[in-house]
Design a protein around this ligand. Structure first.
Ligand code: GLU
Ligand code: ZN
Length: 302
């Protein structure tokens, strides 16, 4: 059984890049008779935009997407992240970190995703039982191993990281009390029985951290496929920060055809409704026909 998902963060409206991720994850699931779930990743209130979650769901519906089961909201599942942290604490893998960002950034080297935490607060195993898990200002980090983590991505091929060198002990619970994306995503993917993850290449760098967490929590590792990003003329990923244009819902068909073109789906005949373009995409879906690198949406106009 295939279970896939689309997991937007409600930090703004859906844009062309997130629509590409939605379409690709949907087509990959449906072409294998799978389920396609939608999960709203609303665990970072400071970055959230009011109303964005509803707007995203409405946009998906306008483009003809239908999800299986109910929509999951991460903000309502904090007890599950707490359970996972407790489990990691019981294994002496998690520890509180009291460093301020300024403290540790000064001394840190740059890894593949920002600064590498130098392990300043990493306890000796002897002292972990003394640590108060209730300390308010602490962030909680996980101890990472000095060994390679490799996985075979369906689009990129083999990808390897050494978490100790490339990332450092990473945060599970932030000092401001919010759960880290890395922990929440792993807990939910496992709890929802996700077998296949199709998402943007901006998250490739996170995947070894997630695989490591899956191993610590004794979960299965799903199959991964990391999609090429849509970028602007400066090579930047389309996002809220790069002012991705809002999708115009009176032009769903044209926009879908453009995204299908980026995904190398053959031209579809004229259709009555956007759903028919989704069906066409499912019928012509082949992961190994996708482009592997970023697509500049401003260079090429069809
Ligand atoms: N919520 C993440 C985002 O919007 C995606 C998470 C994932 O697909 O793992 O970028
Ligand atoms: Zn610290």
């Amino acid at each position: 059984m295939y279970i896939g998902r689309f997991a937007p963060s409600p930090t703004g409206s859906l844009h062309i890049g997130s629509l590409l991720t939605a379409l690709a994850s949907y087509a990959d699931a449906k072409s294998q008779q799978g389920k396609w779930l939608v999960r709203i990743e609303d665990i970072d209130p400071p970055r959230e935009v009011k109303g964005a979650a509803d707007e995203i769901l409405h946009t998906l519906e306008s483009f003809g997407f239908e999800w299986d089961d109910g929509v999951i909201y991460q903000s309502r599942r904090q007890h599950l992240y707490r359970d996972a942290l407790n489990e990691l604490m019981a294994q002496n893998l998690a520890y509180p970190c009291f460093c301020s960002r300024k403290d540790w950034h000064n001394a840190a080297k740059i890894g593949v995703d920002g600064f590498v935490y130098n392990g300043h607060c990493r306890p000796s195993l002897m002292s972990t039982h003394k640590i108060k898990s209730t300390h308010k200002q602490a962030a909680w980090r996980i101890i990472v191993p000095n060994e390679n983590i490799t996985f075979n991505d369906a689009i990129i091929g083999l990808y390897t990281q050494n978490l100790a060198h490339d990332i450092g002990d990473f945060v599970l619970l932030r000092a401001d009390g919010y759960w880290a994306y890395q922990l929440a995503v792993v807990v939910d993917d496992a709890e929802q029985g996700i077998t296949h993850i199709v998402r943007g290449q901006d998250l490739l760098v996170s995947t070894p951290r997630q695989i490591y967490l899956q191993r610590c929590l004794k979960q299965k590792t799903p199959h991964y496929a990391h999609l090429p990003l849509l970028v602007n003329q400066h090579g930047q990923k389309w996002s809220k920060q790069t002012l991705a244009p809002k999708l115009n819902l009176t032009q769903c068909e044209q926009i879908l055809r453009q995204v299908m073109h980026y995904l190398n789906i053959p031209n579809a005949p004229s259709v009555n409704r956007p759903q028919d373009l989704l069906t066409w995409t499912i019928q012509h879906w082949q992961l190994n026909h996708l482009p592997t690198h970023s697509i500049n949406t401003e260079k090429e106009t069809k």
